[in-house]
Design a binder for this molecule. Structure first.
Ligand SMILES: [Zn+2]
Length: 447
């Protein structure tokens, strides 16, 4: 079946003024100004009310944290004290049922903002949550979203001088055995994959060096991506100097992690030489502007990193440091914080779209998504400009970022509609809100 998405109000693609033709889940052709599809189409969708962009890709999140949004004991703190407050609350309360609802809620919220592919860095494994990756795979399949299951890990806890409580970490053998199981079961490296797997020690200082090295070996063997938090705060620099006698990037290199298989969350506190070194090895960085502003962590050197050769993607980060999962909103925040870092003329809305699409796809190691190009997967987000916030807007693509688009009217993933008229297919949003809210109440100790 050939579907012509016809005559969009605007589209973020060159040579597609009259839209795109979708066939077998892929973009079959772009239809340029004054042209018509090269072959007959069976169906036409009139996109005259829509601004179309490539499906957004979220490259860093912690879904379980949606259960502790705006938590009174954690708000108004910076990263380390924030973590020390929340770890015991998470350790006591994250159950498989709550985790499933947190996953469903985060995926749905991302999807409704225009996101078509996600990765969730899940590193918390209290007893009972051993099937976390299976729960996430089921929920992503249910919504028809692409997902990189990001199997996190921690094996250092309070007893080893780390921050997490003993009850949420696992031993190295348990971690590596489960990583292999998850890779064998879910990692699909084929074009158009709906599920892939990445391996992700929480941060170099919450796992042993042995685990960093062995995780990198496993990733090599299964040809999958590697992910971790790095250089998020100045506290981390001090911690590394004290415990390892070197800076975070040096330690990463010692662990064999300076490769193009790796993408890092945050990547803020790099000096010039480190930026060059990361770029030379094409290490990706997921920029998390909302979280970085919320926790006052600092400003990512997006432009220098890209110039040096690093892919830069975008992520909302965990919902206890954002505290929502709206990737479209993060584009606006990225525009603002990067203009403060650089200047108004050298950071545009096109930069923010590049980070959230092509850059994010490169971080996840994918070449089949992230751009509206013939042969790519048919993943799109469609926005209308009907709300008051857009009234009077002239440039439709710029308006999405400048006026603050936050909800897609339609989302297509692999040629299938997953959001129509603002509603995700097959999800009772009201019921989800109610069930997730009930699950979150136990984190206040009121249930
Ligand atoms: Zn994070």
């Amino acid at each position: 079946m050939r579907l012509w998405i016809k005559d969009p109000m605007a589209i973020l693609a060159l040579g597609a003024e009259r839209g795109v033709v979708v066939e077998d889940g892929r973009i079959a052709e772009l239809v340029g100004r004054g042209a018509s599809p090269g072959k007959p189409v069976e169906q036409t969708f009139d996109a005259g009310q829509h601004v179309i962009v490539p499906g957004l890709i979220n490259t860093h999140h912690h879904f379980f944290q949606t259960l502790t949004r705006a938590h009174p004991e954690a708000i108004n703190k910076e990263l380390f004290p924030w973590l020390e407050t929340l770890y015991p609350i998470w350790a006591r309360n994250v159950t498989p049922a709550g985790f499933r609802l947190a996953t469903r809620l985060s995926l749905t919220e991302l999807l409704m903002s225009g996101c078509t592919c996600v990765s969730d860095h899940h590193y918390l494994y209290p007893a009972g949550l051993e099937d976390a990756m299976d729960i996430q795979a089921e929920e992503a399949e249910r919504l028809g979203m692409r997902m990189t299951l990001t199997r996190g890990s921690m094996n250092l806890s309070v007893k080893d001088g780390g921050l997490p409580p003993d009850t949420v970490v696992q031993d190295e053998e348990t971690i590596l055995t489960d990583c292999e199981r998850v890779l064998a079961r879910y990692h699909d490296s084929d074009e158009g994959a709906m599920l892939q797997v990445a391996l992700a020690p929480c941060a170099p200082f919450t796992v042993s060096k042995r685990l960093m090295l062995d995780t990198a070996d496993l990733a090599e063997r299964f040809d999958c991506r590697l992910h971790t938090h790095l250089a998020e705060t100045l506290d981390e620099d001090e911690y590394c100097l004290e415990h390892f006698g070197c800076r975070p990037v040096d330690y990463l290199e010692e662990c064999g992690w300076l490769t193009d298989r790796v993408w890092l969350a945050h990547g803020i506190h790099f000096n010039d030489e480190e930026v060059r070194r990361l770029g030379r090895h094409h290490v990706g960085v997921c920029h998390c502007p909302t979280s970085n502003m919320t926790l006052a962590s600092g400003q990512c050197r997006t432009k220098e990193l890209e110039d040096a050769g690093s892919p830069v993607g975008l992520g909302v980060d965990g919902s206890a440091s954002n505290d929502n999962s709206n990737l479209m909103e993060s584009l606006r925040h990225a525009l603002m914080i990067n203009r403060l870092t650089y200047d108004a003329a050298s950071v545009t809305h096109f930069d923010t779209f590049r980070w959230a699409t092509e850059g994010s796809a490169r971080c996840l190691g994918r070449t089949d998504i992230g751009a509206i190009t013939a042969g790519h997967q048919a993943d799109f987000a469609f926005y209308t400009l009907d709300e008051l916030r857009f009234s009077g807007a002239h440039d439709p693509i710029a308006a999405l970022v400048m006026c603050g688009a936050h909800a897609a009217d339609r989302v297509m993933i692999g040629g299938t509609w997953r959001v129509e008229h603002g509603q995700p297919t097959g999800v009772d949003v009201g019921r989800l809100r109610h069930e997730h809210g009930a699950a979150a109440r136990r984190f206040m100790g009121t249930v």
